[in-house]
Design a binder for this molecule. Structure first.
Ligand code: ATP
Ligand code: MG
Length: 568
């Protein structure tokens, strides 16, 4: 493609509102432009990369046995009302009305649409399993759209859904999808991990997220330094490897602690380690109050709390609520003397091992010292309630936990019958009995994957596309296109590349060499072919973008040489 015919609006300056490398470079190299917050146009270069990612996704989906379809983005509210998500999805769902005041949503995801489609068309176990996917624009009114394509309000997703007559059949498909996802991200050259995840609002059980390891990731992955164990930090269970100290148990005493509230303050003021402080937090779990007790150096994991109570919402009680229910301030809470008719008390399993601890006295300006669980207070249950920390034992018993940041590029879920039951998607089994279909769903953020690749492959001069995702294979640059011999050789090379099935971007613009080279580095095609002074001898310069290596090559040997650098 001639560059003069393209739309590649490069920028020399780093856009001030772009915080991370991929966002800055995709803007600067002329791949994307923002229309409004979280909404982007994919310019021609980005579109080419998207097509390559989509091609990989299509090949892997086919391999897993899924077939492509395309569903509407405009979805009638009734479908979402049937599943119940119209009322629970919240403000992330973009809602609108038509001219007759009928309500609609712009598809944030397609469980409802596909379940309704399949339930009308599939009636017998003989037609199961069935796996369908689409690649399509999704809409989510994200609270904080940011980092360019990483978190948009309009973005491209591949979403697949599978329908089964047995759990084994779902398990089989899940494994195939898991493999397909691993292949997709490996083919994109990404450094990723498949991590155990939380099924959250989707209502499923088994689920993995595919995370690209990156400092700019919003998720924290806890992984073992010795095994393949990796989980979203939200999900990693903590093994109870605690031990009680053998110090002599002392009497409990009430001490004055004026204006001492946080664990930090208590620990300094009373000169005790945070590991001996009891942290007590009042939570509102659906509509009841629960006092959660943890060790002072631990953080509560509200997903574990939510799962334990099978609750739909958990929130810290406000200062006013705390005052109203327990007649004291947040900083004075403690389990001692707490009336169980007011709140249920549960504690993290580490608390049980505290000897001679410190706890709030449920009274302004006082704490108890010499607190011993069991003797001085009891709880309903000791369970795993905290976030795993670096240095903890790996949950699989092999090695210790290390943290890394990750960008979630894909997600596979076993949905079970969440949607088929609420939407009545049933089939007749071999005995003629009606059964709800068992479902799985599988998403890849296609536009987010593009950004993740850009985030992982760049240097100080610009992007560094892996050969199989690059918008073009080679950048052809005559230093001075007005010089007849240079133009002629450049034209011949452009044709030669095409004949050999290499795609090329041909910089035919009337620009200074410095501008052409800077743009070329920004765009980041794997090889640059510069046609300059030696054009009359048929010699050009080949530059490998990734390594900066340059070599002189004769026209006759060009294709052979390129084939060693651009392995497709
Ligand atoms: P996140 O936790 O990042 O919000 P999610 O759990 O809401 O993601 P899913 O509903 O599982 O995401 O969607 C499937 C895939 O779509 C994700 O793995 C991610 O790659 C992509 N995705 C989700 N939200 C966005 C977004 N706002 N912008 C770009 N891609 C997104
Ligand atoms: Mg989300």
């Amino acid at each position: 493609m001639k560059q003069s015919m393209m739309l590649i609006p490069t920028l020399r300056e780093v856009p001030s509102d772009a915080e991370i490398k991929s966002h800055q470079l995709l803007l600067r190299a002329g791949f994307i432009r923002q229309n409004t917050s979280g909404v982007y146009s994919y310019l021609p270069l980005a579109k080419k990369v998207l097509q390559k990612i989509e091609q990989i996704v299509r090949e892997e989906m086919e391999q897993a046995g899924a077939v492509e379809l395309l569903m509407p983005a405009l979805q009638q509210a009734e479908l979402w009302q049937e599943s119940g998500r119209w009322y629970t999805y919240g403000s992330e769902l973009m809602r609108l009305k038509d001219r007759h005041e009928r309500e609609f949503a712009l598809g944030a995801t397609h469980e409802e649409v596909i379940t309704s489609l399949v339930k009308d068309e599939i009636k017998s176990y003989k037609r199961l399993p069935l796996a369908l996917y689409q690649i399509q624009t999704k809409f989510r009114d994200e609270k904080r759209p940011r980092f360019g394509l990483l978190r948009g309000r309009e973005f491209i997703m591949k979403d697949a859904y599978s329908f089964h007559a047995s759990q084994e059949s779902l398990d089989e498909m899940y494994d195939k999808m898991y493999q397909a996802y691993s292949n997709v991200f490996a083919r994109c050259g990404l450094d990723f991990r498949a991590v155990i995840a939380d099924s959250g609002a989707m209502g499923g059980k088994d689920t993995h997220e595919f995370m690209v390891l990156s400092e700019v990731g919003e998720d924290t992955i806890a992984y073992s330094n010795e095994s393949t164990y990796a989980a979203n930090i939200e999900m990693a269970p903590v093994l109870a490897t605690y031990e009680k100290s053998d110090e002599a148990v002392v009497k409990m005493e009430k001490v004055e602690t004026v204006d001492i509230k946080s664990i930090e303050e208590v620990s300094t003021f009373l000169n005790v380690s945070k590991t001996k402080c009891l942290k007590s937090l009042l939570f509102k779990v659906d509509d009841k109050y629960v006092l959660v007790v943890l060790r002072g150096d631990h953080e509560v994991n509200d997903i574990k709390l939510k799962n334990y109570f099978e609750a739909s919402s958990v929130e810290l009680a406000t200062a006013d609520e705390t005052k109203e229910v327990l007649k004291c301030s947040i900083g004075s809470l403690g389990p001692i003397g707490m009336k169980s008719d007011k709140v249920e008390i549960i504690a993290d399993q580490a608390v049980e091992f505290i000897v001679n601890g410190v706890a709030g006295a449920n009274e302004e300006n006082y704490h108890f010292t010499g607190v011993n669980p069991g003797r001085d207070f009891s709880v309903n249950e000791y369970i795993d309630l905290r976030f795993i920390q670096e240095g903890d034992a790996s949950p699989d018993g092999k090695g210790t936990i290390v943290f890394a940041k990750g960008i979630e590029v894909g997600h596979v879920f076993k949905l079970g019958t969440r949607y088929s039951e609420s939407m009545n998607a049933t089939y007749l089994d071999a005995n003629g009995r009606m059964q709800p279909m068992i479902m799985g769903c599988y998403g890849i953020g296609v536009s987010r994957t593009l950004a993740a690749v850009a985030e992982q492959f760049n240097d100080e001069n610009g992007l560094l596309w892996p050969a199989n995702l690059s918008p073009f294979d080679a950048h052809v640059i005559p230093i001075n296109a007005k010089k007849g011999d240079q133009k002629e050789l450049a034209d011949r090379i452009y044709t030669l590349l095409k004949e050999n099935k290499y795609s090329a971007l041909y910089d035919d613009r009337d620009e200074r060499p410095g501008v052409k080279f800077a743009d070329s580095d920004l765009i980041g095609l794997p090889v640059r072919i510069t046609i300059g002074k030696k054009a009359n001898e048929g010699i050009v310069e080949l530059k490998i973008r990734k390594t900066g290596e340059t070599l002189e090559v004769h026209f006759e040997n060009l294709i052979e040489t390129i084939s060693t650098f651009v392995v497709k």
